[in-house]
Ligand binder design. Structure first.
Ligand code: HPA
Length: 266
């Protein structure tokens, strides 16, 4: 069997310019960025990567340049609900860290709890509620496991997202994201409870990735694509197909935003 590639192998393959920024692309968003000089690696080729099993996830590491910024993209992520491991993204994020990134942008699909954050809009995550009771650092032995999450989402990066949105005339809101494990969607009663707790959106990813990225010393920001109103808040039927469909229809918006955003990371 062919030996799997580690971060040193990849660094050698992609040449000298440092990779500054990482990006995790969620549901159905693979390949939305026009990268130059791109190198692509299937997750199966990489040491320690889990296979992604959800339809709509490509499972590729893509490294390339966008406006002079070298970016490493995880196109397709694994979720806790796929394998019962809350640290399922630990190795991919560690891999990016070893490639040299300092900043990580996360994206996800989420349900909105607020009428003023409608389906088809984008929301910057300003803070999160870990409603799952899980933590990807359980079992970690080092003292670094006591990660301070007071500023889990980096203010400078949040500002850069708003600047990029302004440049593109995109409306973007800001809110608190709550993590439910999935894969079932929430009940209306759970959404009511989350609303009382101060959540603005709900989803099945990002929180463990944010915890891990902070653990690895990365600066983090996250953007939600609002694919539906959360359970009980509208007549629309919530489904994975709907999530993929709306995420796809927001690709252009997100693409514009990310291109402007990454320009600021020369
Ligand atoms: N709940 C949880 N995860 C989601 C949702 C939702 O309503 N929409 C997209 N991902």
């Amino acid at each position: 069997m062919k030996r799997k590639l580690n971060s040193k192998d990849i660094s050698q393959l992609i040449g000298n310019a440092p990779v500054r920024v990482g990006l995790v692309l969620g549901s159905g968003l693979g390949g939305i960025l026009p990268l130059k000089e791109v190198s692509e690696f299937d997750y199966e080729e990489l040491a320690d990567f889990d296979e992604t099993s959800v339809t709509g996830h490509q499972g590729k590491l893509m490294i390339g340049s966008i406006n002079e910024t070298k970016v490493a993209i995880l196109s397709g992520r694994t979720h806790y609900y796929e394998n019962g491991k809350s640290d399922t993204m630990r190795e991919p994020i560690e891999f990016l860290t070893k490639l040299g990134i300092s900043h990580l942008f996360l994206t996800n699909a989420a349900g909105s709890l607020k009428q003023n954050i409608p389906t088809g809009s984008l929301m910057v995550i300003k803070d999160h509620i870990n409603f799952s009771g899980l933590n990807p650092l359980i079992g970690e032995k080092s003292e670094e496991r006591f990660v301070n999450l007071t500023k889990a989402y980096n203010n400078g990066m949040i500002e850069a997202i708003f600047t990029a949105a302004k440049e593109n005339n995109l409306k973007i809101s800001q809110g608190v994201y709550a993590w439910f494990s999935g894969p079932s969607f929430e009940t209306p009663a759970e959404i009511k409870a989350l609303n009382m707790l101060g959540a603005d959106a709900v989803g099945m990813s990002t929180v463990p990735e944010t915890i891990l990225a902070n653990f690895f010393g990365l600066k983090v920001a996250a953007i939600s694509i609002i694919t539906n109103m959360a359970a009980g808040l509208s007549e629309e039927k919530i489904s994975h197909d709907q999530t993929k469909h709306i995420a796809k229809s927001c690709e252009k918006k997100l693409q514009k935003l990310l291109i402007s955003l990454l320009r600021n990371f020369k």
